[in-house]
Design a protein around this ligand. Sequence first.
Ligand SMILES: C[S@@+](CC[C@H](N)C(=O)[O-])C[C@H]1O[C@@H](n2cnc3c(N)ncnc32)[C@H](O)[C@@H]1O
Length: 217
Amino acid sequence: MPKKLDLTDNLENYIINHSETLSDVQNEIIQHNKSLGDQQRLQISISQAQFLQTLIKVSNAKKILEIGSFTGFSALSMAMALPADGILISLDKNPEFSNKAKYFYDKAKEKRIKQIIKPAIESLKELKVTKRLFDLIFIDADKENYLNYYESCINLIDKKGLIVIDNVLWHGEVADDANNDKFTNIIRDFNSHIKQDKRITKNIVPIGDGLTICIKK
Ligand SMILES: C[S@@+](CC[C@H](N)C(=O)[O-])C[C@H]1O[C@@H](n2cnc3c(N)ncnc32)[C@H](O)[C@@H]1O
């Protein structure tokens, strides 16, 4: 077995620079997020965005649901990988973040993104009533509700649909038995739930803060 890679910032930059080039608006969102100080860590990594775009293209996803939009980097990146008649519904409860995201979607002339601004649990209940099904759902909001989101989402995707969940490695803390803080345990319990769920096949990909890819059987 080859020695595993040490993913330094330098190597991460090399990967980004040799993958799909970012658009001007994607770069603008990244710069804006950097100006927010601590909050910039809410955004998915650039290599995660590139990976999500690949996932959308190989799976031919046309209908995407996102839970947790922040200032729009992940939603815009995913929408860019959609076909012309694709749609992405993005849920976030924060009007300030959502207004900023809308500014960037307009600037990118991206019309396929629909925003719903309210607590995601409420939006998911409403989506269930419409019987609307998605090809790919990306979960990246409050960790306390991850299990609720996942259980709602499993009914919102068709067979072979994908549920992708961010932060499942929680900065590597999930594998540190000495760490028993609240959020580490929430993510551990969530990962254990996914592991035993026979309705899906699953794979954790160590990119960014860790993505789990679930495929509905
Ligand atoms: C980690 S950020 C999402 C980052 C985004 N995917 C990106 O890459 O830029 C989490 C987002 O979830 C939103 N959020 C937190 N709790 C929520 C809830 N109960 N309902 C809806 N949105 C929520 C926050 O407002 C925040 O924008």
